[in-house]
Write a protein that binds this ligand. Structure first.
Ligand code: NAP
Length: 251
């Protein structure tokens, strides 16, 4: 139970869903956790309280990842609280399914600014705190980066872009002791996927009929793989895209 003992981790978008689960699993493995959120202060505080109640260490830090000044502040708060940084999880993300006719500059930029530019800002700040010791980055991508769905062209493109970053940066970080990998979830039951109408929909039923493991994912399915990638158990893995999708998005 101490795969991440004394490691410091920033998890973006950790007030709910997959990010909240990653925060709790990391803390249970001994990491000190920064629970970032955009607007759900109460939810983020609940995640922090839960971690502290279970003997862990965590703080909640507000910040919109698409705003560079906010991101700089998130990492300043991290340094103030925990002195250093070992792990960054780029989880904050939004998904907007709409036919191509409805895609606007606004919905395009919203998704690219949060899902892609936000990860550039966080990686830039993380590198400064990693320093010479190196670090570990996990990008929460999506199975749709490999297998885009109808009406999800822009969202899928943001996640394909994120995967390209994972590959390019794994090479750029050569010799710096920094590993970077993508996790590609299938449909996971979260506040986001519920409010987007996926859970309980005909689309979910259709997807499940071709999912080898025959069920929708839960946030902890992703969190357990994030713990593995963040730990020394994954010490020789970088630049990879790992599908965690019940088999539907495997290569
Ligand atoms: P979710 O339930 O909607 O939660 C999203 C989280 O991201 C919340 O904590 C939210 O904070 C935060 N967030 C949103 N915009 C932000 C911003 N600009 N800055 C900082 N934080 C922000 O999401 P989820 O379903 O767990 O998805 C998490 C990640 O997994 C996303 O990157 C998503 O694309 C990816 N993913 C999800 C699924 C799925 O089926 N659920 C499948 C594949 C990939 P607030 O609550 O404060 O707004």
């Amino acid at each position: 139970m101490s795969k991440l003992k004394n490691k410091v981790a920033v998890i973006t978008g950790a007030s709910k869903g997959i990010g909240a689960s990653i925060a709790k699993y990391f803390a249970a493995e001994g990491a000190k956790v920064v629970v970032n959120y955009a607007s759900s202060k109460e939810d983020a505080n609940k995640v922090v309280d839960d971690i502290i109640k279970n003997g862990g260490k965590a703080i909640a830090v507000q910040g919109d990842v698409s705003n560079e000044a906010d991101v700089i502040r998130i990492f300043e708060e991290t340094k103030k609280a925990f002195s250093t940084l070992d792990i960054l999880v780029n989880n904050a993300g939004i998904y907007n399914y709409e036919p191509i006719e409805q895609v606007s500059a606004e919905t395009f930029h919203q998704q690219f600014n949060i899902n892609v530019l936000g990860s550039i800002f966080t990686i830039q700040s993380a590198l400064k705190l990693f320093g010479d010791k190196g670090g570990n980055i996990i990008n929460i991508s999506s199975g749709v980066s490999r297998s885009p769905l109808a009406t999800g062209s822009v969202y899928s493109a943001t996640k394909s872009a994120l995967d390209a970053f994972t590959i390019a940066l794994s090479k750029e970080f050569s010799g710096r002791n920094i590993r970077i990998n993508s996790i590609l979830p299938g449909v996971v039951e979260t506040e986001g996927s519920r409010s987007a109408g996926f859970i309980g929909s005909e689309f979910e039923t259709k997807l499940l009929s071709t999912t080898p493991l025959g069920r929708t994912g839960q946030p902890e399915d992703i969190a357990k793989v994030a713990v593995f990638l963040a730990s020394d158990d994954a010490g020789w893995i970088t630049g990879e895209q790992i599908a965690v999708s019940g088999g539907i998005y495997g290569l």
